[in-house]
Design a protein around this ligand. Structure first.
Ligand SMILES: Nc1ncnc2c1ncn2[C@@H]1O[C@H](COP(=O)(O)OP(=O)(O)OP(=O)(O)O)[C@@H](O)[C@H]1O
Ligand SMILES: [Mg+2]
Length: 251
């Protein structure tokens, strides 16, 4: 059984930070290998995780479309796509990173997309945990790559607009029947959950999880230290550990 975790919400609220710290925690708990998926076209999950550059699914899609890589003999197209996706991943000791990259251009991608989607649907198999970091906003939901999720964390800043947009992502995911088992609001750069509770309840969240303001995160974003290496006493990291314990199956 694969546990699928998705992270979404408004721009700049801490989605990639939260995703990276979650990957790190899963690795530390020995839930390996973890599959990290960077579903943001302006990707930077790899930088936060400290991996090297890798080929993106977007590049692969273009290559397949151009037929640039002629199919080798004795291999079916789906097998070939799977092989290409596997080689496109950045493989670290305890986790693999798949970068979705740019969205499709204007050609006819139907066939390529359907082959890719079939593969993506089964991609988590073989990984106990998958963590998907999404781009800001709602657009990614319509691509339906974020379906069959056990826990979706909706990141927000401590503002009405932030919590409202988290609720909008939740409502659209429900409307589109993306099959998300649980939604959890996570407010970043906030220290007082009780003060936010009435606002959260107004938008239908019965609980406020906090990713507290953490000076260590500011330091790492300035000097570029990957979050896999952040001080384990970091407040934000400890908060992610606590959230995982309460909301992620098997943790
Ligand atoms: N709790 C926090 N304390 C201090 N700094 C934080 C906190 N949460 C996020 N940050 C900082 O805010 C910046 C934006 O965070 P991050 O890149 O994780 O947001 P994002 O939601 O992924 O943004 P985008 O929408 O651009 O993908 C980073 O520099 C990060 O270090
Ligand atoms: Mg991000």
């Amino acid at each position: 059984m694969t546990v699928r975790i998705a992270v979404a919400g408004k721009g700049g609220t801490g989605k990639t930070t939260f995703s990276s710290l979650m990957v790190r925690h899963l690795v530390e708990k020995g839930k390996t290998p973890v599959l990290a998926i960077d579903a943001d076209p302006n990707s930077c999950l790899g930088a936060m995780l400290g991996t090297g550059q890798c080929q993106t699914i977007g590049d692969l899609r273009e290559d397949l479309l151009k037929g640039k890589d002629d199919l080798p003999a004795g291999i079916s197209k789906p097998q070939y796509v799977e092989m290409k996706v596997r080689t496109a991943m950045a493989e670290e000791d305890d986790f693999d990173l798949l970068v979705m990259g740019r969205p499709e251009g204007t050609g006819c991608y139907c066939y390529v997309n359907s082959v890719l989607r079939t593969f993506m649907d089964n991609l988590g198999e073989g990984y106990p945990y998958v963590v998907m970091d999404n781009e800001a906003g709602l657009e990614h939901l319509s691509r339906r790559t974020t379906n069959n999720v056990d826990a979706m964390f909706l990141l927000s800043d401590p503002s009405r607009i932030g919590i409202e947009s988290a609720a909008r992502v939740r409502d659209l995911a429900i409307e589109m029947e993306l099959n998300v088992k649980h939604f959890h609001l996570v407010v970043s750069r906030a220290n007082d959950g009780d003060a936010l509770k009435p606002l959260a309840e107004e938008f239908g969240f019965d609980e406020v999880n906090l990713l507290p303001m953490d000076p260590k995160l500011q330091e790492t974003s300035l000097d570029g230290t990957p979050l896999m290496k952040i001080d384990s006493r970091s407040k934000a990291y400890r908060a992610v550990q606590d959230i995982a314990k309460r909301h992620i199956p098997g943790m």
